[in-house]
Write a protein that binds this ligand. Structure first.
Ligand code: TXA
Ligand code: MG
Length: 374
């Protein structure tokens, strides 16, 4: 790898998301030209910003890995704008995969299928399968249509950093390393797509997202879950030990801001807030930590905003609002020099599973469980 890569002049384009993007087509033409020359353009999607490149060009894909600092054994998702393009990149689509496409595409669902020859091994990290996603966001759809090739697009962040949900997040991580950023506002969902693998006997959800296990279960007779919710990994039970383990293995470092996050769980929301306050006041008294709290509308009033940096992620009744704010809140904590964050546990089922998956990972599975099992 050549480390002395010249700094690029990253262009910023403002696009207003609408059904009819014709009036802004010149921007798309310029971005398509950059992509077809082997360049990288960040675009919003309905989940997070993606770093788009020509998925058929090994050089473009290599540039993607380099800009993100991503290990080359982590394959990319290929984004398509039509079923014609789907047939270009994959073969032998099982009936059950078709059922999911009918129900959830275009949208935040990525399906792993056998790849065709047109997809280079650089894109799939040497796998025979390809991850395919038909997004619903009009900006990335128009970018794909203008390029007339499928676009590989990992999240447009530096590897291990929180995924970008605003153009400013992409700028923070990748300015000077990519050709352009299309600023199309804040992403609708704020967490990455659900990934489901059809290369196994029973389709298996590898990453939870806003197409939830419960929604998929309504369509498929059988579906497995990779143990992404296994919070027993490195879980700290506050009732059995007072020692919080040091940073866990780097294998869990993901979505991580430069501050330590602890997830706090208890039997009720009230008890979660009570315990966070207890921990936060102890820390303020005993250490030099700047404390941040990730609260919800239901609990925000429980915390002293003069003592702690408290972010209201949104209502527990509206998990999309919470997920939209999650990665931004991590970056805000950093910006405010917060060194330790207490985050409220948000539940296990439906959309909460996707949000908790990101939060648990960002915390390195430092979960403080005050739940009393009766
Ligand atoms: O919402 C999203 O999916 C966003 C937007 C930009 O579309 N993209 C995204 O890409 O999150 P990325 O690269 O950050 O995450 C892709 C995930 C990784 O966990 C990768 O290992 C997995 O999909 N993946 C990709 N191809 C795969 C394959 N052939 N087999 C198994 N896992 C695969
Ligand atoms: Mg990512």
């Amino acid at each position: 790898m050549n480390n002395s890569v010249d700094k690029l002049n990253t262009k910023i384009f403002n696009v207003i998301k609408s059904e009819n993007l014709l009036g802004q087509q010149e921007i798309f033409n310029e971005c398509a030209e950059l992509i077809l020359k082997g360049g990288l353009v960040a675009s919003p999607t309905e989940t997070v910003y993606g770093l788009c490149a020509n998925a058929l060009n090994p050089k473009s894909v290599k540039n993607t890995y380099r800009a993100k600092g991503r290990p080359s054994d982590n394959p990319l998702i290929v984004h398509i704008d039509s079923y014609d393009m789907l047939n270009m990149v994959t073969k032998a689509i099982p009936e059950n995969a078709k059922k999911l496409m009918d129900k959830f595409w275009p949208g935040p669902l990525t399906i792993i299928l056998p790849k065709t020859k047109i997809i280079p091994y650089e894109t799939t990290a040497n796998l025979e399968t390809v991850a395919v996603r038909f997004p619903s966001n009009s900006i990335i759809l128009n970018l794909i249509s203008t390029c007339k090739v499928p676009l590989s697009a990992p999240s447009a962040n530096t590897s291990t950093r929180p995924s970008p949900t605003k153009a400013s997040h992409v700028f923070q991580d990748l300015n000077g390393k990519i050709d352009a950023i299309i600023d199309g506002g804040t992403c609708d969902f704020g967490v990455e797509s659900t990934v489901i693998d059809f290369s196994t006997n029973t389709p298996t959800i590898l990453r939870p997202g806003f197409i939830t296990y419960e929604m998929i279960k309504e369509v498929l007779p059988k579906v497995d879950i990779n143990n992404f919710n296994d919070s027993t990994l490195n879980k700290v039970d506050i009732n059995s030990t007072k020692n919080i383990p040091k940073s866990p293995g780097t294998k869990y470092k993901h979505y991580a801001p430069n501050c330590t996050i602890f997830v706090v769980n208890a039997n009720t929301i009230k008890e979660i807030a009570y315990n966070i306050n207890k921990l936060a006041y102890e820390d303020v008294l005993n250490s030099k930590h700047q404390i941040g709290i990730l609260a919800t509308s239901e609990t925000f009033h429980n915390y002293d905003t003069n003592k702690f940096f408290v972010i209201n992620l949104g209502s527990r009744q509206n998990l999309t609002e919470i997920s939209k704010n999650l990665f931004d809140s991590f970056r805000l904590m950093e910006k405010n020099n917060i060194t330790k964050v207490f985050a409220e546990h948000l539940g296990e089922k439906n959309e909460a599973s996707a949000i908790m998956n990101r939060l648990n990972k960002a915390s390195g599975y430092k979960i403080l469980n005050f739940k009393i099992t009766k």
